[in-house]
Design a protein around this ligand. Structure first.
Ligand SMILES: *Cc1c(COP(=O)(O)O)cnc(C)c1O
Length: 411
């Protein structure tokens, strides 16, 4: 038997002792900027960025320094006490977000749990608890958030699901209106559906949902966990539509890699929770908050919002050539640096081949290749990625022009 190399040893160790919840592929031991390395020092251009986590890049010196300094001072403190980092982060999120108060937790699913609980608590006295969710959405893996997720593959085998979630068609306002009744308390959506295939909401739909919420006194609830933190070119994706939700959630990129999530509320819904309503041991712990404050500062100092908007446009324009050149590539869509390439067939083969070629991308449903690069990508990174994608597609689909010639020869 041949001796395992370092990558294979790590994969075998994880395979033997970790529950098999993810179809893992490459091994990663180190990251810097837009790149990660495996245990044999092979480099990958990381266009997954921890699934929209490393928006400021891996190991940003200012984030590293903030984590180091906070780790030396106070890593954790019970939520029975005040810590400055929490207050400062909540203040910052309030000022860039909804102008009200913030609840801090540790993950996206937890932030959405908090958002669902807030809506239910608000509606409780009037017997309102139903939340209208969208088909094809994704909100997390806990029982409440998977019950709110409009994808049967996430829910399969876990029934009975939590009651009180109804499903409308994304981008179809009439289908939402048809579900509103005296029990409805809110409407929950992602402005750009991530796991569902990188599908932006239409402006008419989002504006219509806002108007409907105003008319029927419902909470507009936005899940900005994947599309927030500058990913689409603004702090929150809803900014681009000129609407403001009543509550929204952040996680993923919020902590620059440390686990943290947040529920933001407008002033009207800022005092729904009272002592004892909700809580979390680690929620907003000083270490995660310090990292988060550093991440936000880096995004501001480096102008990454405008950069994401500009480079997203360049990237999508670059990808568009593949739609023209290959029958197998159907469409490029997205917003800012949240980009999906829709393929005729299985996106997994492309993702696998890209990885072998040195580019990490992920899937969003069976037929969409999803690119979520760090927001700090340079022109050179972008060119390199487009070249790798071009080479991979060329290898897989041969260039349609050449194919035609071959066909003629064969004929
Ligand atoms: C990733 C994600 C979640 C869940 O976040 P976790 O931190 O994995 O719990 C929820 N909503 C959206 C839109 C996401 O992309």
């Amino acid at each position: 038997m041949t001796k395992k190399n370092e990558n294979e040893e790590i994969a075998a160790l994880c395979g033997d002792f970790m529950m098999d919840t993810y179809a893992k592929t490459a091994t990663v031991v180190r990251g810097k900027g837009c790149r990660v390395w495996d245990a044999r020092n092979s480099v990958y251009l990381d266009f997954t960025a921890g699934i929209s986590v490393h928006n400021v890049g891996h190991a940003h010196p200012k984030v590293v320094e903030a984590i180091r300094a906070q780790a030396e001072t106070l890593v954790h403190c019970s939520n029975l006490y005040y810590t400055p980092q929490q207050g400062l982060l909540a203040q910052k999120l309030s000022s860039i977000g909804l102008g009200g108060k913030v609840f801090l937790c540790n993950s996206g699913a937890e932030a959405n749990e908090a958002m669902i609980k807030l809506a239910r608590l608000h509606g409780h006295a009037q017997g309102r608890y139903e939340i209208i969710c969208m088909k094809n959405s994704f909100h997390g893996r806990t029982m409440a958030t998977l019950s709110a997720t409009g994808q049967s593959k996430v829910q399969k085998g876990f029934d009975p699901l939590l009651a009180g979630f109804e499903f409308a068609d994304f981008n179809d306002l009439d289908s939402v209106k048809a579900l509103v009744n005296e029990r409805t308390v809110g409407i929950l959506l992602e402005c750009v559906q991530g796991e569902g295939g990188v599908i932006p909401a239409t402006p008419e739909f989002l504006k219509g949902v806002r108007a409907l919420c105003d008319e029927k006194d419902l909470l507009m609830m936005c899940d900005d966990i994947q599309c927030g933190m500058g990913r689409t070119g603004t702090w929150f994706a809803w900014e681009q539509y000129g609407v403001k939700p009543d509550v929204c959630t952040l996680a993923k990129a919020l902590g620059g890699g440390l686990p943290i999530g947040a529920l933001l509320a407008s002033p009207k819904y800022s005092d729904v929770f009272v002592p004892g309503s909700h809580g979390s041991t680690f929620g907003g712990n000083p270490l995660a908050c310090a990292a988060s404050l550093a991440v936000i500062k880096v995004i501001e100092e480096e102008g990454l919002l405008a950069h994401a908007a500009e480079f997203g446009k360049l990237f999508m324009e670059g990808l568009q050539q593949f739609v023209e050149n290959y029958d197998a590539i159907l469409e490029v869509r997205g917003m800012g640096l949240m980009v999906g390439m829709v393929v005729d067939g299985n996106a997994k083969d492309i993702v696998d081949n890209l990885r072998v070629g040195g580019l990490l991308a992920c899937m969003a449903g069976p037929n969409v290749v999803r690119f979520l690069p760090p927001l700090c990508i340079t022109e050179k990174d972008l060119e390199e990625a487009l070249e790798m994608i071009g080479d991979t597609l060329d290898e897989m689909f041969g260039g349609d022009a050449e194919e035609d010639e071959d066909a003629e020869d064969a004929g």
